[in-house]
Structures are given as structure tokens and as C-alpha cells.
Design a protein around this ligand. Structure first.
Ligand SMILES: [Zn+2]
Length: 351
């Protein structure tokens, strides 16, 4: 007969124990009682988001072990689950950054499958950068972090890209509802060519801006780079980002013909020509978001590569959509980074 390695039973409830903070016991086949003491207790696991200023953050994540515990708690808030066999118990291998499954005995790294995977940068440095990117309204450039954290610019740039990819992934499923203002804005510098007669948009990027108007304040924000302000380019973004279940959101736009896309997607549209002096009143939230974004780019990056514009916009939108959680943003960003798949520098070519 094929016996299991141990009988999976809790000494208290004889089942998978879900009592908060209760130690879990397992009866080994040899007759010994085995306790899972290294897995964080439920109560401390579930308190993931906490208000922290810089000093509190540094105190909390002062060493590698504390950072590793935070990644563990983010990945497995209800206890370790083996990625190989799905068993829900394991213990920490103290000589490595790994957990060992109690059933199949396979080890898996706590940082595997996150942006920290195979990184030689100390986790404390990672966490510090996450804090500044998430909680500092102005974000930061790779050059600034390379000086502040003592690393070369390329390393800082690569780390930043990983963190930004994690932040933008959190808003991927965000949809807007209610009263939504939308318009296009131009970002980037003009083409350096001095040919007379070129339109002012030459060399710039079109960005579709959608923002919820909640009366007194602006709500959630989505900014997407589009090839042109034409109907076929706006349609996929509006279809993806405006709530369609149920359809019929109220949308406000200026008199540009392509904005009829809202009607075709089943929403209600209020549009008409808006004189320049009334633009900031009628589309108040759009103007506010665009001016804040432009100020952020100008102040932080000065001159930025338009190739990465969407990445910068995602970082800006992440902070905007969580600005009421300002002091918690660092802990939100840590959870986002722990859930993001590793960022690959080179994508292998298809065979
Ligand atoms: Zn296993």
C-alpha cells in the first residue's frame, strides 16, 4: 500500500485549520507531531496595507528578512501553497530564500515569479525605490535614483521599468463608470524640423484621456496613447475602459466627430463645440489631469523618450487613482510588485 509521508490533520480541528493565528500540527508517518511555525500567522498576514512615512518604512523594512516576509505575505496572504503540487503547507529553508513543501519536498524561492526574481540587488534597495516611485508625487528618473541609491544608471532604469510594469498591471482591469469626461491631449515635444506650414501636432503623441467627474472632485483616470484621434483608434480604448455592464454611462466631450464612438458603444453622450475659454470649465477634470501629468513630466523627466510615454502615463495614473491612500501607497506597490511576473529584458524570438 502506498502511504503518504504524513497524515494531514490539525490537532485542534482535524482538518485544514483556518482558525486565525492557530498553530497547525501534522502527524508525521513516523509518529512525531510536526508544527508549522515558520509560516506567518493569519492575523499579521492579512494586514498588508499600512500607513507609513519614510522613517516608519525604513524601520519596518530595515533588513532582507523583513522584506522577504513582506513578499511572502503578499504572495500567500492565507498561507503557503506549493507551486508544484498545490499542497497548502511548507516551511522556511533558513539558509536560502526558499520554502519547502511538506508533501512533495520540493523547494521554491519566495521571490520566484515576481519582479525580484534572480535579482542581485538587495531587497532593501528595491523596497526603497518602490517607496519613492509610489509615494513621491513627482516619481523619479533613473538618473536621480542611480545617484541616490548608489548604482549605475542602467541598473536603476531596469529596476524602474520592472516597478512601472507592476504598477500598470494593477490598473489593467480598471473600468470607468458614472459621469465621464473624455478628450485627446498632445504630449511630447514638437518635431525639430522647422519646415513652415506643419501642424502643431507634428512629432507629438496623441493621448486619449478619460476621467470620472464626481462633482466636487475628479475620480479614476485612464490615459492611453493612440495613433490618431480618429474613430477607429478611439473605439478599442473606449470599449475596454468604459464600463459596459451595464452600458449607458454618461460621457461628455467636445465637438470632435470621432467622439460619436461613445454612442455606438451604447453610452449617452453630451457633446458640442466648446470655446477655448470655456474648455477648462466644461472638461474640468480632463484639463486638471492633463496639466498635472504635463507638470509631472516636465519636473521629473524634463525630456523623455516618447517610446516609453505609455509607461510614464501608467505610473502617473496609478498614483492619481490611489491619491486618497497616499500614505499607504508604498505597501500597495509592494503587493503589486510581488504579483507581477518577472520582466524579461529580451523577448525570445518565435521559432
Ligand atoms: Zn509540493
Amino acid at each position: 500500500m502506498d502511504y503518504p509521508i504524513f497524515v494531514h490533520a490539525c490537532a485542534r480541528c482535524a482538518d485544514n485549520c483556518e482558525i486565525a493565528g492557530a498553530p497547525r500540527y501534522f502527524l508525521l508517518w513516523s509518529g512525531q507531531l510536526y508544527s508549522i511555525a515558520n509560516t506567518p500567522k493569519t492575523e499579521e498576514k492579512l494586514v498588508l496595507y499600512v500607513d507609513m512615512n519614510l522613517l516608519e518604512f525604513q524601520r519596518k523594512y530595515s533588513d532582507e528578512e523583513a522584506c522577504l516576509q513582506a513578499i511572502f505575505a503578499s504572495r500567500w496572504p492565507r498561507g503557503y501553497v506549493c507551486p508544484y503540487c498545490g499542497h497548502n503547507d511548507g516551511h522556511r529553508v533558513h539558509t536560502r530564500r526558499s520554502m519547502q513543501c511538506c508533501l512533495c519536498r520540493k523547494q521554491s524561492s519566495i521571490t520566484a515569479g515576481t519582479i525580484f526574481e534572480q535579482s542581485h540587488i538587495p531587497l532593501t534597495v528595491w523596497f526603497l525605490m518602490i517607496f519613492f516611485v509610489a509615494q513621491d508625487k513627482g516619481g523619479g528618473s533613473a538618473m536621480k535614483f542611480s545617484k541616490q541609491l548608489g548604482m549605475c544608471r542602467n541598473t536603476a532604469s531596469f529596476m524602474l521599468r520592472k516597478i512601472r510594469s507592476a504598477l500598470s498591471a494593477r490598473d489593467e482591469t480598471l473600468t470607468l463608470a458614472g459621469f465621464i469626461e473624455f478628450d485627446e491631449a498632445l504630449f511630447g515635444s514638437r518635431s525639430k524640423s522647422k519646415r513652415v506650414g506643419k501642424p502643431p501636432s507634428t512629432g507629438k503623441k496623441y493621448v486619449l484621456v478619460l476621467v470620472e467627474n464626481e462633482g466636487v472632485r475628479a475620480g479614476n483616470l485612464v490615459m492611453k496613447v493612440v495613433d490618431s484621434p480618429m474613430y477607429e483608434d478611439l473605439k478599442p480604448v473606449v470599449a475596454e475602459k468604459v464600463e459596459s455592464d451595464p452600458p449607458g454611462q454618461w460621457m461628455v466631450a467636445d465637438g470632435w466627430g470621432s467622439h460619436h464612438v461613445a454612442l455606438e458603444l451604447g453610452h449617452k453622450l453630451r457633446m458640442g463645440h466648446i470655446p477655448n475659454d470655456l474648455q477648462d470649465k466644461v472638461l474640468r477634470c480632463v484639463s486638471l489631469a492633463v496639466s498635472h501629468a504635463r507638470r509631472f513630466f516636465k519636473g521629473t523627466y524634463h525630456h523623455y523618450c516618447k517610446k516609453y510615454l505609455q509607461m510614464f502615463l501608467d505610473e502617473f495614473c496609478y498614483r492619481w487613482n490611489r491619491r486618497h491612500l497616499e500614505m499607504q501607497l508604498a505597501s500597495h506597490a509592494i503587493v503589486a510588485c510581488a504579483f507581477q511576473k518577472p520582466y524579461r529584458r529580451r523577448v525570445p524570438k518565435a521559432a
